[in-house]
Design a binder for this molecule. Structure first.
Ligand code: NAD
Length: 492
C-alpha cells in the first residue's frame, strides 16, 4: 500500500483538517511513491500556533545560545547518519542524480555545524553616546515564528539554509516544502525532535503553493517569510509581506551568463559550460543558461560542448552510471519543450538535443540541448527555462559582453573563464550578479553569503550575514547617573 504522510506539528503526526491528500510520483518511472497531506488554512493556523507556543516556552526561549548550538550539532550528526536514506528519497522524488543528492546530503551536516558554531556568536555591541553617563547597547533578538517555503530542486539543502540560521538565532519555524518533494523535509523535522529540539520548534505543513503556501505567507502571527522559488511567486510574497511590514528573504530565479574569453583554458571552460547548464538537468537557479564565447574561440567551444552534450548518459537517476535524469514533473517537461519550440520560431537553430531522448523509462526526460543563432532579444535567452537548454552566442569585445551579460532582469550568478588576472577582477566588479565564479562554476558553501541582485532576490542566505536576517536589533539606553533628572524645559 502507498505510504501516507501527515503534517508534522508540535512533534506529532497530525491528519489534515480537511482530510485531503495528494500523490507524489517518481519522475523517472512515473510510479506513485506516497501521498502527503494537502494542507489548508486550518492546518497552517494549527502549526503557526504550535510554533508561537514553542517560541514562548521557557524550554526554548530560555535555552542558552550554547545549548541551541549543541542541538544543531546533534541534528547535523543525525542527518549524517541518515544521509543515504535521505539522498535516495530525494532522487526518487525529484529525479536528480543519486550521486548528486548523495553529495548534497554528505555536506548537509556541515551547514548545521556551521550555524551550530554561530549560535553563541549572535550578539549586540556597546555604542558610544554623547553623554558618558548613558550606557547604550544593542542586543539581537529572535523574530518569532519564521515561515519557510522551499522548492523541489534541492529540498533539504534549501530548507536547511533557512532552518539552521533561524533556529540558531532562537526562532521557531513552520516549513511548507514543495508539493513535489514533501517527505525528506518531514523526515528532517522528525530528526529535530530526536536531536532534542522541544516540540513545536520545527513544524511542517505539506500541500500546494496556492493553498498551504499562501496561507502561511498571509498568517498574521508569522514574523518573517523566507522563500526560495520562482520570481513570480516571490513577487506575490513580497507584496503580502510588505502589507504587514514583515521582512522577507527571497531567493529567486536566474538567467546567468557564463562567459568564455579568448584567453581562457578552452577545455576547462567547455567543462564549466557543460556543468553550468547540464548538471542537474539545468534545474538549478544558478544554471549558466546564457553562454557567451569570444568569436575567436566560439567554434571550438561550441564543438566541445555539443560533443559532451551528445555523450551524456541519460537514464534512471538512481543508477551510478547515469549522468542526466528526468525533469521533475510533467509541466517542467512541457515548459522546456515549448521554450525550445519558441526559440526555433524566433530563429534559433537546435545544434543538439531538442526533444525527448530515447530512454526506455516512461519519465519526463529531455535531451541536453544547445541552441545557436540566438541573441539577447529572444525570449528563450531572456526568460528562465529551468531545464537543460544552453543558448550559445559569440561576442567581440569585453565591453560588449559585459553589456549583454548585464542586460537581464536577473542577477543571481555569473561565470567568467579567463587566464587574465586583471580581467577576472574587472569583470567580477562590473557584473551585476550576487555570485561571480572565475574559472569554476556552481561552487557553494554555507560560509559564503549568497544574494540575488535585481529580480533574483532580496536578502542574504548563508554566511554570518544570514543569521542577522533572522534577528531584530534592539537599542537599550541606561542612565547610570542616579542624580536628579533634568527639567526638560530648562535649557542650558
Ligand atoms: P515555485 O515558485 O513554483 O514554488 C516554490 C515554492 O513556493 C513551492 O513550495 C510552492 O508550493 C510554493 N508556492 C507556489 N505558489 C505559492 C503562493 N502563491 N504562495 C506561497 N507559496 C507558493 O518555484 P519552483 O518551481 O518550485 O522552483 C523553481 C524556481 O525556484 C526557479 O525559478 C528557480 O530559479 C528558483 N530557485 C531559486 C534558488 C535560489 O537560491 N535563488 C534556488 C533554487 C530554486
Amino acid at each position: 500500500m502507498t505510504k501516507q504522510y501527515d503534517h508534522f506539528i508540535h512533534g506529532k503526526w497530525i491528519t489534515p483538517a480537511e482530510g485531503g491528500y495528494f500523490e507524489s510520483t517518481n519522475p523517472a518511472t512515473l510510479e506513485v511513491l506516497y501521498t502527503a497531506a494537502r494542507g489548508t488554512k486550518a492546518d497552517i493556523d494549527t502549526a503557526v500556533r504550535a510554533a508561537r507556543t514553542a517560541f514562548e516556552n521557557p524550554l526554548w526561549r530560555d535555552l542558552s545560545q550554547t545549548k541551541r548550538g549543541h542541538l544543531l550539532r546533534k541534528l547535523g550528526d543525525l542527518v549524517g547518519e541518515h544521509a543515504d536514506e535521505l539522498a535516495r528519497m530525494e532522487t526518487e522524488d525529484n529525479g536528480k542524480l543519486l550521486r548528486e543528492m548523495r553529495g548534497q546530503l554528505a555536506t548537509l551536516p556541515e551547514y548545521l555545524y556551521y550555524y551550530a558554531g554561530l549560535a553563541d556568536k549572535v550578539q549586540g555591541s556597546q555604542v558610544p553616546t554623547m553623554n558618558p553617563a548613558i550606557l547604550n547597547y544593542t542586543q539581537r533578538e529572535p523574530l518569532g515564528v519564521v515561515g519557510a517555503i522551499t522548492p523541489w530542486n534541492s529540498p533539504l539543502t534549501l530548507t536547511t539554509s533557512k532552518l539552521a540560521p533561524a533556529l540558531a538565532a532562537g526562532n521557531t519555524i513552520v516549513i511548507k516544502p514543495s508539493e513535489y518533494t514533501s517527505r525528506t523535509v518531514l523526515r528532517l523535522a522528525e530528526l529535530t525532535v530526536k536531536a532534542g529540539f522541544p516540540d513545536g520548534v520545527v513544524n511542517v505543513v505539506t500541500g500546494l503553493g496556492a493553498e498551504a503556501g499562501a496561507a502561511l505567507v498571509d498568517h498574521p502571527e508569522i514574523a518573517k517569510i523566507s522563500f526560495t522559488g520562482s520570481t513570480a511567486t516571490g513577487s506575490a510574497i513580497a507584496a503580502s509581506a510588505a502589507s504587514r511590514f514583515i521582512g522577507c528573504t527571497l531567493e529567486l530565479g536566474g538567467k546567468s551568463p557564463n562567459i568564455v574569453f579568448e584567453d581562457a583554458n578552452i577545455p576547462n571552460a567547455a567543462m564549466g559550460v557543460v556543468a553550468g547548464i547540464f548538471a542537474a538537468a539545468g534545474q538549478t537557479c544558478i544554471a549558466g543558461s546564457r553562454v557567451f564565447a569570444h568569436r575567436s574561440v566560439y567554434d571550438e567551444l561550441l564543438e566541445r560542448v555539443a560533443e559532451r552534450a551528445k555523450s551524456i548518459v541519460i537514464g534512471n537517476p538512481i543508477e551510478d552510471t547515469t549522468e542526466l535524469g528526468p525533469l521533475a514533473f510533467a509541466a517542467q517537461q512541457e515548459k522546456v519543450g515549448s521554450y525550445v519550440d519558441l526559440g526555433v520560431s524566433e530563429g534559433a537553430k537546435v545544434l543538439t538535443g531538442g526533444g525527448r531522448p530515447d530512454v526506455e523509462l516512461p519519465g519526463y526526460f529531455y535531451a541536453p540541448t544547445v541552441l545557436t543563432d540566438v541573441d539577447n532579444s529572444m525570449r528563450v535567452v531572456r526568460e528562465e527555462i529551468f531545464g537543460p537548454v544552453a543558448a550559445i552566442m559569440p561576442f567581440d569585445t569585453e565591453e560588449e559582453v559585459l553589456r549583454l551579460a548585464n542586460d537581464t532582469q536577473y542577477g543571481l550568478a555569473a561565470g567568467v573563464w579567463t587566464q587574465n588576472l586583471a580581467r577576472a577582477h574587472r569583470m567580477s566588479r562590473k557584473l551585476e550578479a550576487g555570485t561571480v565564479w572565475v574559472n569554476t562554476y556552481r561552487a557553494m558553501s554555507p560560509m559564503s553569503p549568497r544574494q540575488g541582485f535585481k529580480n533574483s532576490g532580496v536578502g542574504i542566505e548563508h554566511g554570518l550575514e544570514s543569521m542577522h536576517e533572522y534577528t531584530r536589533l534592539k537599542s537599550i539606553w541606561i542612565n547610570t547617573d542616579e542624580g536628579p533628572v533634568a527639567d526638560p524645559f530648562i535649557m542650558r
